[in-house]
Design a protein around this ligand. Structure first.
Ligand code: EPU
Length: 336
């Protein structure tokens, strides 16, 4: 295990922001972890664990140690007539796990196709898309407590998963290193095409809701709306969607009778992308940064941007939405 100094992170965050970390180390096995925890560079410094770097915005050089999770492996740990348990190590790419499951005929994560990032990062913010979220299939999470080096298994309930949220972003923030995730997938077909955009797309392309077709359709929709971070720097949705109650909706409808909203389990979702579009930010460019022209939730680094420029744009958007609708946008991305 080699600890590097003054290490540039531009290739390790999908926003493509150029900052340096005081220390950097790649973690390739759980064995390395025990060694790492005892090193002064680790013990005496601030730390960040990175997976795919697809949900982080660096605003300045990081005065601490960045640990890149490269733990690999996927295996079926249990199987019965109805379900399988699949354990995947944290450094695996999330989409590779989806492909593995789809190829084997296991249902449950096909709607989460092509989400960037790693398996270990998935529970952090309970990744979700197209009517599914990690919470629907998560079985447990293995994590090492940083202070003691002890391995702990969190049941799904203990992960306190919520919309783009978990215990690892709140109470347990910075306290654990997620090493592996186990999912419970279904051998029985369980197509979930509740998300209107997905069902309409399948219909339009005349495809039935098979496992492979759903996965392909989600991948195609994502590719058409979301910029490829290999080509253009971004971290997917920069903001969370906004959830309000009936009273607030009725109040808003007085001024905005056509306000886009979706009812989900008794609460009302206002798509943040719609709000941003109404404030005329969609497709706008300001210097090196901008708002994606096909999905206003996505902020873009056209090249050479600093994290501070992205933050400045984000703040302007937050202010516009607040002034027009009285609603507060919250960043979804982790700002470091
Ligand atoms: N919309 C607009 N204008 C826009 C963008 C969206 O009017 O610029 C409208 C769409 O027409 C649609 C609604 O808003 O009626 C919802 O749009 P979309 O299906 O694209 O989803 P979203 O709510 O904007 C969320 C997730 C995405 C995920 C999609 C699909 C969050 C913060 N984002 O976006 O996740 O892919 O649903 O399920 O919840 C991510 O987290 O990085 C991410 C990309």
């Amino acid at each position: 295990m080699e600890i590097k100094q003054n290490y540039n992170l531009i290739k390790l965050n999908t926003f493509g922001i150029s900052v340096n970390a005081k220390f950097f180390v790649e973690l390739n096995s759980e064995k390395d972890l025990a060694e790492l925890f005892s090193l002064p560079e680790f013990k005496d410094n601030k730390k960040i664990f990175l997976g795919g770097g697809s949900n982080v915005l660096f605003t300045k050089d990081f005065d601490g140690i960045v640990v890149l999770n490269k733990l690999k492996g996927m295996e079926i740990t249990k199987e019965d007539a109805e379900n399988v348990l699949i354990k995947a190590m944290g450094g695996e790419l999330w989409h590779d796990l989806v492909i593995y499951a789809v190829n084997k005929g296991y249902w449950g994560i096909e709607n989460l196709s092509l989400i960037p990032g790693t398996v270990g990062a998935a529970p952090m913010q309970n990744i979700g898309a197209y009517g599914a979220e990690l919470k629907d299939t998560l079985f447990n999470v293995e994590a090492f407590e940083i202070e003691t080096g002890e391995k702990k298994t969190f049941t799904k309930e203990e992960c306190e998963l919520d919309y783009r949220d978990s215990i690892f972003k709140n109470k347990a923030k910075g306290k654990y290193f997620i090493s592996a995730v186990t999912l419970k997938l279904s051998i029985m077909p369980k197509p979930n095409i509740s998300y209107k955009i997905l069902s309409e797309y399948l219909e339009k392309t005349r495809r039935t809701a098979t496992l492979k077709n759903i996965s392909d359709a989600v991948a195609e929709i994502r590719k058409s709306k979301l910029p490829d971070p290999k080509i253009i720097g971004n971290a997917g949705s920069f903001f969370k969607n906004v959830f309000i109650g009936e009273t607030k909706l009725r109040e808003l409808q007085k001024n905005y009778p056509n306000i886009l909203h979706f009812e989900e389990e008794g609460i009302i979702k206002i798509p943040a992308g719609w709000l941003i579009e109404q404030c005329e930010w969609k497709g706008k460019r300001v210097g090196n940064v901008g708002v994606h022209d096909k999905q206003a939730l996505v902020l873009i680094n056209y090249g050479g941007a600093t994290g501070a420029e992205i933050i400045e744009l984000a703040n302007k958007i937050i202010t516009s939405v607040k002034e027009k609708f009285g609603l507060e946008l919250m960043p979804e991305v982790n700002i470091v």
